[in-house]
Design a protein around this ligand. Sequence first.
Ligand code: GLU
Length: 485
Amino acid sequence: MSVRVRFAPSPTGKLHLGGARTALFNFLFARSQKGIFLLRIEDTDKERSLKEFEDDIIDSLNWLGLKWDEEIIRQSDRVDLYAKIIKLLLDKKLAYYCFCSKEELEARKQEMLTRGETPIYSGKCRHLDAKEIQDKIKRKVNYVLRLRIPEKTIVFRDFLRGEIKIDYRQIGDFVIAKNEFEPLYVLANTVDDHYQGITHIIRGEEFLHTTPKQILLYKYLEWDHPIFVHLPLVLGQDRSKLSKRHGAKSISEYRQEGYLPEAILNFIALLGWHPNVDNELMSLEEMIKSFQLEKLNKSPAIFNTSKLNFFNKHYLKLKPAEELLPLLDFKNFGKFGQEQKFYANNGCVYDLLKIYKIIDLGKERATLINDILNFVNFFFNDFDYDAQLLLWKNASLLETKSNLIFIKETLDKIKEERFDDAMELKNFLDNIIPRDKRGYFFWPLRVALSGKDFSPPPFDLMSIFGKEKTLNLISKAIDKLSSLI
Ligand code: GLU
């Protein structure tokens, strides 16, 4: 049997982490089994399904690299098929018209709840005869279509949870369609899974309660049902239902905030899956290689933003500057001009090679793509800082000033071209300045060039600024110190 699985989102909201995880596990299972992964848009709820949400889901899946096979199926295009099935169920008397009013149903529900019972439909319209039904339809009495449940218990298997026993009498005759042409999720989903030849239904645990209803439909329609695999819930760290409060966002929001698809994929893969690998860091290819349905957990997975950030930091470091460049927003830093030169706000002009170097320095410390340029903004914008920051440990203002003057005079003597190579600058200065004194020289030098207490080594900064800007910044630091002495 060749595997066919599907991701079947309802476009009633953006693609969230939980949905993306369902898509990923379906994708991984299909790819690991050389099977087929399908995308089906379940838009039977006309009021709540929106095109903008469908677009968001499709864009997010593409961005994550979870490419589906075959054409997308939309339930709104398949009304005729559902109508045929609804008619069949009505003809066989497995489904029936229910004319109970909303008020009537609500009153019964409240009554049952006060008695501490699970609210179920009374079965009042179960035995209406054909004439009564025609009469009511003629009089335009509102109705829905219900499935007739058998009065017995069903035992079904969930791949991860084993046997589950449910008494249909606790479910009651449930609604399968608003009318002949408006099926509800439970029906359309079942019909599509059958006609699409789905072999495994891999979906969130929140759908477990619909499984007995769907199994009944398969039975009534004399179809074999797929294997059911319900993925564990994803909870916040306080073990409550995952929400925005826990920092969970839609995939498109994560993307906007500067997360990489590699990081999101790696992070969601581990929400409920324990791969047989020592290393938790996995590319999509590696995940496909080690994916096994048997290794999925049934206990809830806990969402943890710091782990996601850890993955993002890791994948940012691995990403070449050339690939990061188009993802960066330079608007607050300057402009690209002719010949791919970058004209920074502070008057510096950088060629592409230097921009790549800057990105490489920024990405070492960044958690999000958008942090990269902020960490190295001193390359682009004029900056100021407190003169005290120039002092290393117990160094005095005078000593710091004379050290900076020494560095400035030393650097002034070397050729402009030698500034291109950070390593060479480092070796050169290391040779001149005794090991135990280096902090007293290199700390103020680094602060002079960045205005920050945390920044890349001064040699990297000098190799990007070049001789003139480096000397200017050192002079500025010397002036700052002079004004306090
Ligand atoms: N349409 C359901 C959803 O919104 C999918 C249910 C299923 O996968 O069977 O997630």
